[in-house]
Design a protein around this ligand. Structure first.
Ligand SMILES: [Fe+2]
Length: 297
């Protein structure tokens, strides 16, 4: 009994010591740890056996002219936070571009297909591939694209993605911006114009770079990764993975706050709530505030 208690005590001390050491380690060490574990390169979440099967999700919600979103769930048991898919119809066309595909129930899929023809599917990063294969089977005529940096790095993407998101942007007429911050997510930020006019307004779609999970909707996992900030912002993992947060903050400010040609009607993030037009200035300010850390390296 005494020996068992000693073993339990020693194990608890080891766990506590490891957690404390990791918590106070410089960001460069934490970044290497994440790269070797959670964010290891490879083919995470590419499941070619997964059929087109809808998990619980909401309805198609209109955000602006030619832009819709659907909020869905992740497989359970698993994280309780949501995932968002964005649908953009090329203005004056029937072509649909989908960002971060989610399998839809029969009724919602019919509503999507009433909007136009699925012409392009953007796989935003290597961790958002759960329904990619199902979409390839459902829409074989569509072009499947991913950021150029992801296509270079992820083994199956080298052959499965022959067109990059950057190339699709110039073909379909949206913008694909690369965060100038050496962040290791290999994802882009998209600006989808709501009308054909070059002076028109846009909807911005971020992926894992910014989350917007309200505290009351947070589950254990989202609290653990530091994403339940209650506002638009970076997760703790995002902050660790970005070597130069001040640089990223300036990039956000230059592109989304001070750029007069960017007039946003909404911001969609991969996880959390959509930011509506009236909330955008205050939420972007909070997002930039989140790009700081007390432990730097
Ligand atoms: Fe994500």
């Amino acid at each position: 009994m005494e020996l068992a208690l000693r073993v339990v005590g020693l194990s608890a001390s080891l766990v506590l010591g490891t957690v404390t050491t990791v918590y106070f380690a410089p960001r460069s060490v934490k970044r290497k740890l994440l790269q070797a574990t959670m964010l290891k390169e490879g083919d995470p979440e590419l499941d070619t056996s997964r059929k087109y099967e809808a998990l619980p999700h909401g309805k198609l919600q209109s955000l602006a002219r030619n832009v819709w979103t659907v909020s869905g769930t992740l497989p359970q048991p698993g994280p309780g936070f949501n995932r968002n898919m964005t649908v953009w119809r090329v203005p004056d066309s029937s072509d649909l571009v989908i960002h971060s595909p989610i399998c839809l129930d029969k009724e919602t899929r019919a509503a999507l297909e009433d909007l136009g023809t699925v012409a392009c599917v953007i796989v935003p990063n290597m961790h958002h591939r759960l329904d990619e294969h199902a979409y390839r089977e459902a829409y074989p005529e569509a072009s499947f694209v991913c950021p150029a940096n992801m296509a270079k790095k992820v083994t199956s993407c080298k052959t499965n993605f022959t067109v990059t998101a950057e190339e699709a942007a110039s073909k379909f007429g949206f913008q694909a911006l690369e965060p100038d911050a050496q962040i290791d997510f290999d994802e882009l930020v998209y600006l989808f114009p709501v009308e054909k006019s070059a002076a028109g307004r846009q909807v911005a779609v971020f992926n894992d770079l910014l989350w917007n999970i309200k505290e009351e909707k947070a589950d254990f996992v989202s609290s653990l990764v530091g994403s339940a900030t209650g506002h638009l912002g970076m997760t703790a993992i995002g902050r660790i993975m970005c070597p130069d947060l001040a640089h990223l903050r300036r990039w956000i400010e230059a592109n989304f706050v001070k750029n007069e040609s960017v007039r946003l009607e909404a911001i969609v993030v991969a996880h959390g709530d959509v930011v509506t037009a009236d909330e955008i200035p205050a939420q972007l300010a909070k997002a930039m505030q989140s790009m700081t850390t007390v432990v730097d390296a």
